[in-house]
Write a protein that binds this ligand. Structure first.
Ligand code: EPU
Length: 433
């Protein structure tokens, strides 16, 4: 197993370019199953989740070829509908195949994903949506079987108790584009990644109106064709690098940070006193000066609200800013696994229900810490960059699911950070095997 070792205290400086978005790429790869023609995807990030999704497409019978770095060609001439538990268990996002299988084959047989460390991850809305379209949905032995032979366009209200659902919306869109009749989706997710999916489907011949709004109108077509699509930049990766600059009192230009994808996040960064220059619509420079920063209150919400996927990283910065900051999680009320680890580094944070109360202004000190999930790993590394002394982050396989060469790229901005074999850690720090 590998670990990341950081020696904190260096201000980051320079320019970094953002990769394609993981959370767009997974449904985009699934969407290639909607046609027998070849789809070319460009700007595909080299991440473990993406490599795994490619493995799943191959399992379904698609031919997947790596044309050049970041470019993949998928040809799904003949595919089968069964997605086994051993695949879904490894990556719950594989559920984004559901809509593509229903759209293309008029049937799916997919293992139901469980929850994960950030909390329960139900798919009731995905199934409600398909049922509204006239699909018959049955559960047996942990599998969901969908029969869409009688499906037709319909009105679907897709909102849930936490607002819209990203993957649920993507699944329903993929099912509806090849379902006869007109489907109205109300309370659809508006995340840029969902917009990117709509753009790719439109390029394949799908008829979708209202893209980017909570009201989508989809007119089913008989067939889709191949396409050539470039994945949009990863707004969460971009936000993470902007925070890395801010937390180290550094100055970093992030190319691929799309201003309009990061509205609520940039607003909070600005409110906290971080200096932000929007160089052009897809490039942002941040200059951090913690001595001028103020505490802020944040509530995570569906897009265009503050993204839950940037909550842990922002929390790491707020631990350093004098005063009390409040962070309320409205998407995943228990998504605070990073908190006990930040506490090990000296952070003063209390959790009250879905809210973290951060008494900022402490001096973090390096410590061995354990990453629990993707965004928590990034938060702990950011904390390590600002901490005094040496931080060792364990279980960094979580990090590799969603950040391409995070350690190397931070090093290129001047961070003292390296990836080592776990055996390099002082013995008493090491996790029991
Ligand atoms: N929800 C339901 N019922 C459903 C579906 C969702 O109640 O049928 C609830 C969820 O429990 C949650 C909220 O609705 O409270 C939003 O969930 P959503 O379906 O939007 O999440 P997701 O599509 O499963 C994606 C990202 C997550 C990101 C969330 C929220 C992918 C592969 N994952 O998950 O990304 O946190 O949207 O924006 O796109 C990450 O990248 O670290 C990550 C966890």
């Amino acid at each position: 197993m590998e670990v990341v070792r950081i020696i904190g205290g260096r201000s980051l400086a320079g320019t970094i370019s953002i990769s394609g978005a993981k959370n767009a790429c997974l449904p985009l790869l699934a969407a290639t199953l909607l046609t027998s023609e070849t789809c070319t995807l460009r700007n595909v990030p080299n991440l473990s989740d993406v490599r795994f999704m490619i493995e799943i497409l191959r399992h379904h019978g698609a031919q997947v070829v790596n044309d050049s770095p970041g470019t993949w060609k998928v040809t799904a001439a003949d595919i089968q509908p069964h997605t086994p538990y051993e695949l879904v268990r490894k990556m719950r996002a594989s559920i984004c195949l559901l809509g593509a299988l229903v759209g293309r084959l008029r049937m799916a047989d997919i293992a139901q994903p469980g929850g994960c460390v950030i909390g329960p991850r139900p798919i009731d809305l995905h199934l409600k949506g398909l049922t509204r379209l006239g699909c018959s949905v049955s559960h047996k032995n942990g599998y969901i079987t969908v029969d869409a032979t009688k499906a037709h366009g319909a009105y679907v209200f897709l909102g849930g108790r936490h607002g819209s659902t990203m993957t649920g919306t993507s699944n329903l869109i993929m099912a509806a584009v090849l379902t006869p009749g007109v489907t109205h989706i109300d309370s659809a997710a508006c995340e840029p990644e969902v917009v990117d999916l709509c753009r790719m489907l439109q390029a394949m011949g799908a008829r979708i109106d209202g893209t980017g709004s909570p009201r989508l109108v989809i007119t089913g077509v008989e067939k889709l064709h191949g396409c050539d699509h470039t994945v949009l930049p990863d707004r969460i990766e971009a936000g993470t690098y902007l925070l890395a600059a801010a937390i180290t009192d550094g100055e970093v230009t992030v190319n691929g940070a799309v201003n309009e994808h990061l509205g609520a996040f940039l607003d909070k960064l600005d409110e906290a006193g971080v200096s932000i220059d929007v160089i052009n619509p897809a490039s942002i420079r941040v200059r951090g000066d913690r001595s001028r920063c103020r505490p802020v209150d944040i509530i995570t919400l569906p897009h265009p609200g503050f993204a839950t996927d940037l909550q842990a990283q922002f929390s790491a910065m707020l631990t350093l800013i004098p005063g009390i900051s409040l962070i309320t999680e409205r998407i995943y009320p228990n998504r605070f696994m990073h908190v006990p680890e930040l506490q090990r580094m000296g952070a003063d944070i209390a959790i009250e229900g879905p809210t973290a109360i951060i008494k900022g202004g402490v001096r973090l000190s390096g410590a061995p810490v354990m990453a629990s999930d993707l965004r928590a790993s990034a938060a702990l590394i950011l904390a390590g960059l600002a901490a005094k002394g040496e931080t060792w982050v364990q279980r960094i396989y979580h990090l590799d699911r969603g950040y391409e060469q995070f350690d190397k790229r931070l090093a290129s901005l001047g961070a003292t950070i390296e990836r080592l074999d776990a055996s390099a850690m002082p013995g008493d720090y090491r996790e029991e095997e």
